[in-house]
Ligand binder design. Structure first.
Ligand code: ADP
Ligand code: MG
Length: 593
């Protein structure tokens, strides 16, 4: 047989492997995802190259697929793809050195973190690629045939070794037409991975939407009718003693092994939205997010051009119990895929502002690297653009609910997520125009049904310039606010801000459709009825009274003034123009206690 040649790993590779093998790597099962994604990459590369070089396919007319076989008796897993394969030189370059930017980045980050001493954490953040095979394997064989070479080569490496070997494949039994076969000889403790059902589950979990078919070798059974001799005792009972043995058919389950298509090769988000039914979107939602209730709304879209990605977003029907902590959402609501390979559901915060953390969905990008980490996402210009588009689409989806003929839909939404949108008024200035139409408030003319700002504006008087509001702790106390009298008399509608966050949200918005929000409890309230003559007379008549009251109250009030704002109450306490409103003051006090 052909001689095997021994090679030393590049120093960095040794270090990396050491680290992988010896670290407390809590999530070993990712090895399968990494190796499947390499197989999928290899198929992608071949598919891409064969467009211009069809001769690459001519020697091997085999399908583009990935096949995984688990031998539980011997603790061996094989992963075979029909992709681009590797030449001998490529084996050295790809599996003996660190040429790959992702892994190189990982090592750099590792070096930077040496001082902080948190290596094992880092491994979890980066895709460690091929070497993750050594998380579970004692020995790895890579047998590979590139269409650029007429020979097949075997790369062989062991955990805890600084060298690997390459030899030519000579065993005719082991020749493959094209692509790569990985054989993992599992460590004693990890042999449990070599169970067909476990492999099937991992594939469904992590690589469900890889765009090439993934087959796993599974035991199956079908029922079959077989002829059996009838039990003589049985025949006697029937009273038919013919002396002859009777034949009878019986159903038995026949077991056999076969390839089982384990993934869904066409992810729902790659399909044309026009061809996907609401029921399909809902089913995908329920399966993916383990939900029982259908979502309130969904939105499926593709963006092209500068940044390419596809996404399906959902608004869940209810907020999950106990997860109502807007300040610290740990939601796992957004599943990020890169080129259809599931990357993580831990990056919600990088893709959505926290006030939209209730939105669930999948995002599949073609422009991000597979080993994308939080750090990469945070720095990426691509992600900034994605985030902007995602937020916009989320607003369109919510607006869709608000425009639904069924007013109850939006009432349900508002009950669940109103607080989140108000937080958005405070945290996302850029999207005020999108958030404002979605807000809802009670008002002096609508105490039972909440109205939108658009409805308020439609109901404004001809010469009314402002949107009036009063903050209180309930509709009842808002209704009894003394400041209200004059406005009610003039039939001006006043919004009742009864949720503690309302006032801050409104103050952040400042205006809606060029109409300023005006707090009717502030001292400079002008509702357009200045009568200077009358004011002069009143000032003469009551000026001294005011001075006397101010003297008596001293520092308890800033000033005592004559006002035209009341119709039946004799006096009212108002907030200074630049001061806090009484409601805010109440809130601030509550917070400092
Ligand atoms: P990455 O996938 O980020 O490039 P990996 O460590 O996963 O890094 O893989 C290193 C390289 O080895 C790949 O870039 C590829 O060139 C090669 N490789 C790995 N697996 C395969 C495979 N199944 N078929 C062909 N080439 C492969
Ligand atoms: Mg890889």
């Amino acid at each position: 047989s052909a001689a095997s040649e021994k090679y030393e790993y590049q120093a960095e590779v040794s270090r990396l492997m050491d680290l992988i093998v010896n670290s407390l790597y809590s999530n070993k099962e990712v090895f399968l995802r990494e190796l499947i994604s390499n197989a999928s990459d290899a198929l992608d590369k071949l598919r891409f190259l064969s467009v211009t070089q069809p001769e690459l396919l001519k020697d091997a007319a085999v399908d583009f697929d990935i096949r995984i076989q688990a031998d539980k008796d011997n603790g061996i897993i094989t992963i075979t793809d029909t992709g681009i394969g590797m030449t001998r030189q490529e084996l050295v370059d790809c599996l003996g050195t660190i040429a790959q930017s992702g892994t190189a980045k990982f090592l750099k980050a590792l070096k930077d973190s040496k001082d902080s001493g948190s290596d094992s954490n880092l491994i979890g953040q980066f895709g460690v690629g091929f070497y993750s095979a050594f998380l579970v394997s004692e020995k790895v064989e890579v047998s590979t045939k590139s269409p650029k070479s007429d020979k097949q080569y075997v790369w062989e490496g062991e955990a805890n070794s600084s060298s690997y070997s390459i030899r030519e494949e000579t065993d005719p039994e082991k020749l493959i037409p094209r692509g790569t076969r990985l054989t993992l000889y599992l460590k004693n403790d990890e042999k449990g991975f070599a169970h067909p059902e476990r492999i099937q589950k991992l594939v469904k979990n992590y690589s469900q939407f890889v765009s090439f078919p993934i087959y796993t070798w599974q035991e199956k059974g079908h029922t079959k009718e077989v002829e059996v001799d009838e039990d003589p005792a049985e025949a006697k009972k029937d009273g038919e003693e013919t002396g002859e043995k009777k034949k009878k058919t019986k159903k038995v389950i026949e077991k056999y092994w076969d390839w089982d298509l384990t993934n869904e090769t066409q992810p729902i988000w790659l399909r044309n939205p026009k061809e996907v039914s609401t029921e399909e979107y809902n089913e995908f939602y329920r399966n993916t997010f383990n939900e029982y209730l259908d979502p309130l709304a969904s939105s499926h879209f593709t963006t092209e051009g500068e940044v390419e990605f596809r996404s399906i977003l959902y608004v869940p029907a209810v907020t999950p119990m106990g997860k109502d902590d807007i300040a610290n959402p740990k939601t796992k609501n957004i599943r990020l895929y890169v080129k259809r390979v599931f990357i993580s559901d831990d990056f919600d915060g990088e893709l959505f502002p926290r006030y939209l953390s209730f939105v669930k969905g999948v995002v599949d990008s073609n422009d991000l690297p597979l080993n994308v980490s939080r750090e990469i996402l945070q720095e990426s210009r691509i992600v900034r653009i994605m985030k902007k588009r995602l937020v916009r689409k989320a607003f369109d989806m919510i607006l869709g609910i608000s425009l639904s003929e069924n007013r109850e839909d939006y009432e349900k939404f508002w009950e669940n997520y109103g607080k989140y949108l108000k937080l958005g008024c405070i945290e996302d200035r850029e999207n005020h125009k999108r958030i404002a139409p979605l807000l809802r408030f009670f008002s002096s003319q609508s105490e039972d049904v909440m109205i939108s700002l658009d409805e308020y504006v439609d109901n404004m008087k001809q010469d009314q310039k402002h949107i009036y509001y009063v903050a209180a702790d309930s509709v009842t106390s808002a209704r009894n606010a003394p400041f209200l009298e004059k406005l009610l008399e003039k039939d001006l509608e006043v919004l009742f801000l009864v949720d503690p966050i309302d006032e801050v949200a409104i103050q952040n918005l400042k205006s809606f459709k060029e109409k300023d929000f005006v707090d009717i409890s502030k001292e400079d309230l002008d509702i357009g009825e200045k009568d200077e003559e009358k004011e002069k007379v009143l000032k003469q008549e009551f000026g001294q009274t005011c001075e006397w009251i101010k003297k008596r109250l001293g520092d308890k009030v800033a000033s005592v003034q004559i006002s035209n704002r009341l119709s039946s109450s004799p006096c009212v306490l108002v907030s200074g123009k630049f001061g806090w409103s009484a409601n805010m003051e109440r809130l601030m006090k509550a917070q400092t206690v």
